[in-house]
Design a protein around this ligand. Sequence first.
Ligand code: CAA
Length: 380
Amino acid sequence: MDLSPTETQALVQKTARDYAERAILPRAAAIDASEAIPGDVVRGLGELGLLAVNVPVDLGGSGAGTVAYALAIQEVARACASTAVTMSVTNMVGEAIAHFGTAPQKSRYCPVLAQGDRGLGCFALSEPDAGSDPGAMKTTARRDGDAWVLRGNKQWISGGDAAAVIIVWARTGPIDAGTRGISCFLVPAGTRGLRVGKPEDKMGLRGSHTVALEFADCRVPADALLGRENEGFKVAMMALDGGRIGISSQAIGIARAALEESVRFAKDRRAFGVPIGDHQAIQWKLVDMQTEIDAARLLSLRAAWLKEQRRPFTREASMAKLFASEAAVRVCNDAVQIHGGYGYARDFAAERHLRDARVTTIYEGTSEIQRLVIARSALA
Ligand code: CAA
């Protein structure tokens, strides 16, 4: 067993780290405060191939694989979690189109998503009344001549106001068909009938906008269907399996940042005549933080490696997402505690990391859903 990265993986990791340290980290607090990711940050990710790490080269991607993708997300999340989720969703959407799309769909959208300068990828599955249970969605798509007409509302859509293309799920079969009556569509930004809501006023990830989308008799041509009619639910599940590797990597990146800042603070800050890092109370926190981060890394990279080997990875991706997200919340909470009063103030990044980490246990499947997926596999 060899845990060292290949030359390509190491190169992608270094590229992401150098760019994140130079162009993103110094602006992370401002991205949070201004609730916006500067356009040049996203364009830079595109220029370096980081918006399509696992998309084939002939479609404009880097073709570097899932492990490289996971390593790159970690590095960007270590600098800025809002930028990392933008990167993660765009990679997920590009990969889904590359995997399930027709040749015209791939050539139309994949290169655009890989560059990022004309908009990003967006994944519209959740609805106001259907989050953990997307099989209960109410959005419909009705066939009308050579078009599909979409009607319904989506909610909690990351980057929905900055999309080049939105993958949308809608019911095309009867309600009693459940998950077997759902199809998937590609809706380009600006399509008539697509209305974008105001960004949610969120606890964290404030640089990444989360919006509601309304499809008010939104008409798309027949060839907007992604994959087969009534088989869209599996497209969502397969995309989310890969997405969960991305979110576990994001959680790890946030936790690494919190740990690094805690170590620095523990060396500088003095109490009772010594640096607080000399006190066992702090040392044990730092040790637990480091150990949990390493465990999360191993789980996440195992899932990424299995995916890359084209072996089953659904359970492993859920384990990685579950453990990494919950560990990140614990690590970031401890980082605030180590910083004391400074941890509760915006002058230090600790409070931002805790706010940013919290959502990783919720989106792309809550911890409860990950446990459900793992339990089903254990009891199968
Ligand atoms: N891969 C391929 N196929 C899968 C699959 C997978 N991982 N999981 C399920 N399927 C298939 C099943 O085999 C089944 O196929 P058949 O119809 O042929 O039998 C079909 O899908 C239905 O499966 P289930 O009966 O298991 O479906 P379910 O309704 O019980 O749901 C679930 C399963 C795992 C709970 C699923 O609903 C789920 O993942 N829920 C969470 C949704 C989620 O993660 N939402 C996140 C929103 S997106 C987001 O957050 C992005 C963002 O903005 C950052």
